[in-house]
Design a protein around this ligand. Structure first.
Ligand SMILES: *Cc1c(COP(=O)(O)O)cnc(C)c1O
Length: 402
C-alpha cells in the first residue's frame, strides 16, 4: 500500500495502513527476529549512525515489524485529520507513559491530573516521580473552573495528563475544553486513549501534544501480548529527545508482540462496533435488574459524564461497572456463578471479562479509601465482549439469580 492517504475508510486504514512491500514479497510483515542490522561498508555504518542514511541499526531502537505497528497506529490516530504524528512502540503502556513523563518533566515541574486514573499511572505519579523532584496536582478535572484555578495558581505545573474514559470509574473529562485551558497557560497536554481507541475518539483533533496507549487492550484485541505506544505531534521532539529517552530506558517492544498487535488491529472497527453494541444492551439489561443498585455506563443518560462522552466519542465504549445491592458477599457469589464470562482483570479482549475490585484488584485498599473513589463492596467491572449478546445476558441472568 503506497498511497495510504487515498483511503477513505477507517477500516481500510486499520487493515492496510503502515504496511510496506516486503523485500521477499511476503503478504504480511515478517517477525524480524534479529537483534542487529548489518552494513555493506564501514562508510554505510557511519552514515546510518549519523542519521544521514535511513536504516535499522539495533532492535532496541526499532525494526521493520515494530515500525509497521507504529505507522498503523499513527495513521489511525490521525485518520481524517491533516497532520502527521510519530509513534514509538513500547514494551507496555506503562513503559510508554514512563518515557513521556521522563522526556517532558524535570525536577521542579508538576503534572496536573484527574483523581481517577489507571492504577499504574497513579503509582508512577505518586511513588516514582517525587523521587526525581517531580510533583503532582490531582483534582477533579471534570470541574473546568477548578482546573483553570490550578493552572493559574501554580506556575510549576508543566503538563496536563488526562485519561478518558478513566479506569475504573468510566469517568470522562472534556478533552477540547481542558486542552484550550492548558494552551492558555502554556502546558503540554497528554492523553491516555486506551479505553476509547482511535476508532471511538481522536484526541489529536482537539490539539493534545501526546497520546499514550496500552496496546495490550482493545488495539491488540485478543489478550495475546502486553504493549504500549507513545505518539507525539512535535516530530522534531519525538525524533530527538523522546527517542533518546525511549532508547536509553530500554522499554522497547519486540517483533513477536508487534506482529500480534498488527494483526489484531485489522479488525478494530468491527470489534469496537460489536463491543459497543453489546455494551449498550448489557447496560440496559442491568439497569432494570432488581439485584443491581446502579449501572455506570456513559451510554446511559443517568451517567454524570454522558454529555462529554457524546461530544467526543463515536460510541460510549465497551467498559461499564455496576453495583450489586448485596455488597461484598453478593459480589463474590455473583462472580462464582459465571459460566461463560471470564473472571479476570484487564480489558479489551473479544471475551467478556468481569472483575470484582473489592475482592481482587483493590482487596488490600482500606474500605474507606476505596469508597472515596467509588469502588464499593458490590462493584463489578465489566469488559463487554463480542460474543452473542443473548449468551452474555443469559450468563449474567443465571449469575444474578439466587
Ligand atoms: C492497562 C492500562 C495501562 C497500562 O498498560 P500496560 O500495557 O498494562 O502497561 C495504562 N492506562 C490504561 C487506561 C490501561 O487500561
Amino acid at each position: 500500500m503506497d498511497n495510504k492517504s487515498s483511503l477513505t475508510g477507517f477500516s481500510s486504514l486499520a487493515i492496510h495502513g503502515g504496511h510496506e512491500k516486503d523485500p521477499s514479497y511476503a503478504h504480511l510483515v515478517p517477525i524480524y527476529a534479529s537483534s542487529t542490522y548489518v552494513y555493506d561498508t564501514a562508510e554505510q555504518g557511519m552514515r546510518r549512525f549519523s542519521g544521514k542514511e535511513e536504516g535499522y541499526i539495533y532492535s532496541r531502537w526499532g525494526n521493520p515489524t515494530m515500525n509497521e505497528a507504529e505507522q498503523k497506529i499513527a495513521a489511525l490516530e490521525t485518520f481524517g485529520l491533516s497532520m502527521e504524528v510519530k509513534g514509538i512502540l513500547h514494551a507496555s503502556g506503562m513503559a510508554a507513559i514512563s518515557t513521556l513523563m521522563l522526556a517532558e518533566l524535570k525536577s521542579g515541574d508538576k503534572v496536573l491530573s484527574h483523581f481517577s486514573l489507571y492504577g499504574g499511572t497513579e503509582e508512577l505519579i505518586h511513588r516514582i516521580l517525587p523521587n526525581l523532584g517531580i510533583g503532582s496536582v490531582i483534582i477533579d478535572l471534570r470541574d473546568l473552573n477548578k482546573a483553570e484555578e490550578a493552572m493559574k495558581q501554580d506556575p510549576s505545573i508543566r503538563m496536563l495528563y488526562i485519561e478518558t474514559p478513566a479506569n475504573p470509574t468510566i469517568q470522562c473529562v472534556d478533552i477540547e475544553e481542558l486542552t484550550k485551558l492548558a494552551r492558555k497557560y502554556g502546558l503540554i497536554v497528554a492523553c491516555d486513549n486506551t479505553f476509547a481507541t482511535p476508532y471511538l475518539q481522536q484526541p489529536f483533533k482537539y490539539g493534545v501534544d501526546y497520546i499514550a496507549h496500552s496496546t495490550t487492550k482493545f488495539l491488540n484485541g485478543h489478550g495475546t501480548a502486553i504493549g504500549g505506544i507513545l505518539l507525539g505531534k512535535d516530530i522534531e521532539k519525538m525524533t530527538s529527545n523522546v527517542t533518546k529517552v525511549h532508547r536509553l530506558l530500554g522499554g522497547n517492544s519486540n517483533s513477536f508482540d508487534a506482529f500480534l498487535l498488527i494483526n489484531g488491529m485489522k479488525t478494530l472497527e468491527i470489534r469496537m462496533e460489536k463491543h459497543c453494541h453489546n455494551a449498550v444492551e448489557v447496560a440496559n439489561y442491568l439497569d432494570q435488574h432488581p439485584a443491581v443498585a446502579k449501572v455506570n455506563y456513559t451510554g446511559l443518560a443517568t451517567h454524570a459524564d454522558h454529555y462529554i462522552a457524546l461530544k467526543q466519542m463515536r460510541h460510549p465504549g465497551a467498559m461499564l461497572s455496576f453495583e450489586l445491592k448485596e455488597g461484598l458477599q453478593g459480589g463474590i457469589a455473583f462472580m462464582n456463578k459465571l459460566k461463560m464470562c471470564v473472571r479476570t482483570v484487564s480489558l479489551g479482549t473479544c471475551d467478556t471479562l468481569l472483575s470484582h475490585p473489592a475482592s481482587m484488584t483493590h482487596y488490600s485498599v482500606p474500605k474507606e479509601l476505596r469508597e472515596k473513589y467509588g469502588i464499593t463492596d458490590g462493584l463489578i467491572r465489566m469488559n463487554v465482549g463480542i460474543e452473542n449478546i443473548q449468551d452474555i445476558i443469559n450468563d449474567l441472568e443465571q449469575s444474578l439469580s439466587n
